[in-house]
Design a protein around this ligand. Sequence first.
Ligand code: HEC
Length: 458
Amino acid sequence: MNYPVWEVPIIGGAWVIGIIAIFHVMISQFAVGGGLYLAMAERKALKEGHRDWLPVIKQHSKFFLLLTAIFGTVSGVGIWFAIGLVQPEATSTLIHNFVFGWAIEWVFFLIELTSAAVYYYTWDRIPEKLHLKVGWVYAISSVCTLVIINGILTFMLTPGSTWLGIVGSGHESAYFWNAFFNPTYWPSLFLRVLVCTSLAGVWALVSFSRLDEEAYGEARTRMVKWSATWLAPSFILTPVFFAWYILMVPQENKHLLELGMSTIGSGAFTQVTRLGLVSIITTATISGVVYFFAFKYPKDFTFGHAVSIVFLALCATASTEYAREAVRKPYVIGSHMYSNSVRVSEIPAFNKNGYLTTSMWRPNGLDATPVAVGQIVFRGQCMSCHTLDGYRSMRRFLADRDEKAIGNILKMLREHKEDSPYRAYMPPLVGSDEEVAALQAYLMSLKSAGTPQGLAMK
Ligand code: HEC
């Protein structure tokens, strides 16, 4: 336990990351797809002589700049704050392994933001061909940001056997590309590109639905229809790339999906499957709504239609991202680090010497009552997934259990046998016998209402 634990009541730390991430994904993937959209729309307008499209595209580029440059960047920085506070150990691992990845990413961000502003402010001020080139600079640099971040995101699910084989040796940086182009890199990249192009279409529909019919006339209608076609590639190709993605996910994680499938409606981990279904159903509904309202009858397309599509897209994003995160459980970095920051390689030493021996976050001397020690163990090993009274509430789980039952659960968690049902979603409990007994004492104290005695927050 090298870092302090940030206690977030009710929703828990993971949901702080989750809530910011869901909005960030909606906007940042629009930033990538929308760049391609703008460049391709302007190119089409110039090449095919739809000059009446240009004012529509210009309006859209303002909407695009405001949404991506403000909300995209603010939510992106928000994610950094959130992951640094909630998962400091994993964040540190990502920073150390991908120093140059991050550096390249920031260079592309800089080019991206600059060219987005230049693109908007140079409409009608520089030659049309040059303006279109600025659009392409934006489009390409923003695709590059996805190409880089995708390596780091997929690494967390599937670091790959080469990296796992050398981690801890001090030679990680020599294996940068193995970690980067990990087993899920390519299918995930294609899936994300599809999501980006769909979101480009969805947000364009929002932006155009707000335009005045009278002022923009036929161009608005035709661009609504054209925007609808941006959802077609993902409608056709997503199943293919998704199947490829699932193929590359390790059996250990897939087990979680299967567990969900076979026990649907009961049992612990059906959420993954349920959310997978929500994601499929909302995506299909989006396709239907976009086809009938935007593609078939673009003239009658209203802001209300657009907002409902965005809302459905938000549900699809939320459920997909949640399922993707859940599949990785109990790890934060696949087969290397558990969600509670315990590295697989550290477990024997923790069990031998104790979990808190090397930690500066432990009660000393007279303060070190079992309950106080147990609370620190709980914060370190359980709070990354459980809260006391809210999300995955510990008090609720313990309500019907007596001392013996709690002892049994801790025993199962500690032994972490192959056939343990908890193995699929909980890390092993580590530490000395005294620490496990202390955790049990603390859990028992939770059952007697309120804050355990002598444990007012220090
Ligand atoms: C990686 C995330 C994660 C960590 C870390 C974690 N748990 Fe869990 N735990 C879960 C999930 C997921 C469930 C199932 C939740 C549900 O059924 O809604 C669960 C369920 C439980 C249950 C109820 C089990 C049952 O059979 O009813 C108990 C008790 C529990 N956890 C205790 C702990 C303790 C104690 C720790 C720390 C030593 C811990 N958990 C650490 C994810 C985690």
